[in-house]
Design a protein around this ligand. Sequence first.
Ligand code: PLP
Length: 385
Amino acid sequence: MTKGNFPVEKLKGIETPFYYYDTDLLKKTLKIVKEETKKYGFIQHYAIKANANRRILELIATEGFGADCVSGNEVNAAITAGFPASKIVFAGVGKTDKEINMALDLNIFCFNVESMPELAVINELAAKKGKTAQIALRINPDVDAHTHEYITTGLNENKFGLSMAHLDNVIDVLKLLKNVNLIGLHFHIGSQIEDINIFEPLCKRVNELQDLFEKREVKIEHINVGGGLGIDYDAPDSHPVSDFQGYFELFHKNLKVRDGQIVHFELGRAIVAQCGALVTKTTYVKQGESKTFVIVDAGMTDLIRPALYQAYHKVENISSNLPMKKYDVVGPICESSDVFVKDYELNETQRGDMLVLRSAGAYGEIMASQYNCRELPKPYFSDKI
Ligand SMILES: *Cc1c(COP(=O)(O)O)cnc(C)c1O
């Protein structure tokens, strides 16, 4: 029996819970992103934090994409998987001296700088090495991403980025620093942005800020507009690939790109989310007072998004074709928030039935923890099982 895209018989033999990746869908997605970016000469850096699984990184690196990293270990993971240092950008509000030194030694493409003190430290550490670090300023564009408050990053008072009010001062300081070279402006307004029109105000803001830098006679070679394109968690089968065409076209139409300027993107979720599923087995079906609980062997330790951001993942019973019944699907972890879905229709479920949590390729496996002394879920790939 196969249900949807899941080879149920093959999966049955694997110890649950585990992540299952559809490599064909990943490759198809990468091909589309490559075609759409090529149209406009855009450069895409995959945001490693969405999924740093070694094989996934290798598949993405093979296609020639760059990497967007937010820690020193992510920079290492990118290099190990085959991303060239010349295509690595490094963001993050709390880069340590150790991380900065490592990235300087590797000669990464660009540091996305998030504060004045960080700028001073990068300058100082680069000077000690007799180097000049290429930097972009991460600017808070004060654009509302209309997404969950925990994944919105572009509003003015936020731990990320430099506020626009400080830019004149930043430019003054930059002129005095000898070991940093400003090559770009960087923005990232948030994640899981489903309405692409939300990126329009970002483009407008980028255009205005370009004028400001031009007035101050500062040349900007690179514009990095970050990531954040959302995916369809409700209907992964009808929308396995996000609207990359509309997304890149919107930036092409709305950004006033200067001569010779290159536009960069840092998509994470939209690249990897739909290719992954968390596969779990039903341990017990428990009758409550008015509800029925399906207790599965995966929990918030394997996929924390529902507990952390009230996120929804479509759940399917791939072992059953019985009529639909309503359940709460919960994990075994000793936390009340360890709930995947409530009052949810599944094919009638029995002990041992295999369930899949869809669209779990981004911010899934990478966020797994060992709370309750649990084992980390292992990854399996459709072309290798
Ligand atoms: C998380 C992050 C991204 C990727 O965001 P997605 O929503 O997964 O596309 C891009 N850039 C930066 C700086 C980030 O922190």
